[in-house]
Design a protein around this ligand. Sequence first.
Ligand code: RIB
Length: 294
Amino acid sequence: MAASVVVVGSVNVDLIVQVPRLPARGETVIGGRFREAPGGKGANAAAAAARLGVTASFVGLVGRDDLGTRARDDLERAGVDVTHLGESDASTGVAAILVDEGGQNVIAVASGANADVAPAHVGTAFDSMVAEHSVVLANLEIPDGAVAAAAARASERRWPVVLNPAPARPLSRELIAACQVIVANEAEAAALDGVDSLLANGAGAVVVTRGAQGADLHRLEDPIHHQPVFPVDVVDTTGAGDAFCAALAVALAEGRDLDDAVRWGAAAGALACRDVGARTALPTRAEVEELLTG
Ligand code: RIB
């Protein structure tokens, strides 16, 4: 059976404006191109996993609206199993994104249907999953209860849980302890009281992504393993973290060790920055392997 990744998370439609520089508070900056693109941290990760050639399933909600139809179609076209993509009465999630010339961004999200993802929806989805083994990847653009349900159901099956605590908010000790790996950027790790606290509360490992400084893998008993960044021409960093988490989850699902999984994450995260939009430049397996062996 092919390696399998289950993503429990958000799906958005991204409204992107490229700007010469990000505006200051109260300032208006005249932008360049506008584009609408598929997004949402969970859906991006599911699409990234599918692009790497594994079985990728997505658990989440869209609204009963045109944006929801487009979001579903985009996921299907990306090769994601959308059996567990349900519908809510709320509108489909939308993200307003500004991207500057250096590829940095600011993002504001109207959660819409993502805020309706409930433990029961997650439970029903897990009940019908037939994979013998999967890696479960979750983010925090859905309610705590849904993330906790995903972690609990995964633990019952002894499926590893990878949590991307984005956007960061306090995590229960139970959820931290259920995670084999937590992947956070520096701001998120700080907001969660730091790496030591996450490890002390039972996380199996913590990966801190540090942009151009690469990523650090922290485990309780081992020295920090530093993964340098893979150099690419950065156009837009939106979705790089989602691609990182997806590739790490894919590598774990294929039985690679954590050091190797972080390398896969770093390679996929870098390659995802090559074009505007969270999913425009998602790498294929061949592209990741070429960068890794390069
Ligand atoms: O991580 C990038 C994503 O964050 C965007 O696609 C946007 O939808 C927000 O959820």
